[in-house]
Design a protein around this ligand. Structure first.
Ligand code: IMP
Ligand code: MG
Length: 180
């Protein structure tokens, strides 16, 4: 294990196997859908999860990205989520699936959800890799979630601390010394 890490929370194998299950549930949900779905991923954190998820999905899809920022260099949201930039796709009348890395306070997903809903999609669903229900500050619930985890700051599989550790193929916690 790398020296900065305290413990592995989810192994690459656990993640890969759960991703297949989630993708299967999503496929079942959209199986009678006559049009391609529009999968919108929230950069930067969801990039790794999305890359794996879409390769497990059979439903025809178009991919778009939206960039949202709320963290500076700390483990707590420093600012209200800000949507940076715009989507390239027209959302109106599309079956939209929003994908993020983690539902923490829920503020990011709620904000993006409300923005997308205004564009009148045919349907709007959400999928997250992780859910930390204890941290929620609103009533937001994802339609699909990979894993529920306790209230601990985690890195890897796309999630960062101060921009680092996104490339780890597993999910881990950091040693307290890393934060000081
Ligand atoms: P929320 O708006 O509080 O739900 O936070 C969502 C965003 O915060 C996620 O998309 C992540 O980028 C970030 N975040 C929340 N918890 C963690 C964590 O444990 N590790 C790394 N990033 C996190
Ligand atoms: Mg994020």
């Amino acid at each position: 294990m790398k020296p900065d890490l305290e413990k592995i929370v989810l192994s690459a194998e656990q993640i890969a196997s759960r991703n297949q299950e989630v993708a299967q549930e999503i496929d079942v949900h959209y199986q009678d859908c006559e049009r391609d779905i529009l999968l919108i991923t929230l950069l930067d954190g969801a990039i790794v999860f999305t890359a794996d998820l879409i390769r497990n999905l059979n439903v025809p899809l178009h991919l778009d990205c939206i960039r949202v920022s709320s963290y500076g260099n700390s483990t707590n949201p420093e600012t209200a989520p800000r949507i940076l930039g715009t989507l390239k796709s027209d959302v109106k009348d599309k079956h939209v699936l929003l994908v993020d890395d983690i539902l923490d306070t829920g503020n990011t997903m709620k904000k993006v959800y409300n923005e997308v809903v205004k564009k009148e999609p045919a349907s709007l669903k959400t999928c997250v890799f992780l859910d930390k229900p204890e941290r929620r500050q609103n009533d937001f619930q994802a339609d699909w979630s990979g894993f529920n985890i306790p209230d601990e700051f985690v890195v890897g599989y796309g999630l960062d601390y101060a921009g680092r550790y996104r490339q780890l193929p597993y999910l881990a916690t950091l040693k307290p010394s890393v934060y000081s």
